[in-house]
Design a protein around this ligand. Structure first.
Ligand SMILES: Cc1cc2nc3c(=O)[nH]c(=O)nc-3n(C[C@H](O)[C@H](O)[C@H](O)COP(=O)(O)OP(=O)(O)OC[C@H]3O[C@@H](n4cnc5c(N)ncnc54)[C@H](O)[C@@H]3O)c2cc1C
Length: 49
């Protein structure tokens, strides 16, 4: 497993398939695949919710 911290990387979309999370899309359009996603964007991140 490759572990990375991506600073200055805004999540703009979630990738879903059959109501299951498959990853996220970053502001620049890059997709990151993941079987689990923890949303910890704080209480004011209305855009992502
Ligand atoms: C003025 C002020 C003073 C406070 N003082 C205290 C205190 O003294 N003691 C205390 O216990 N609590 C205090 N709090 C509350 C505390 O700051 C919050 O409870 C805590 O920071 C919440 O942590 P969090 O990780 O859930 O969210 P946050 O700290 O808000 O972190 C969320 C992170 O997600 C990032 N993010 C958001 N959207 C995206 C996205 N789409 N893609 C990628 N990243 C994203 C944000 O940039 C941010 O870095 C204070 C809050 C404020 C506003």
């Amino acid at each position: 497993m490759v572990e990375k911290i991506r600073f200055e990387s805004r999540v703009t979309d979630l990738i879903l398939a059959a109501s299951t999370i498959k990853g996220v899309v970053l502001h620049g359009g890059e997709s990151i695949k993941a079987n689990k996603v923890i949303l910890a964007t704080g209480h004011s991140a209305r855009d992502i919710f």
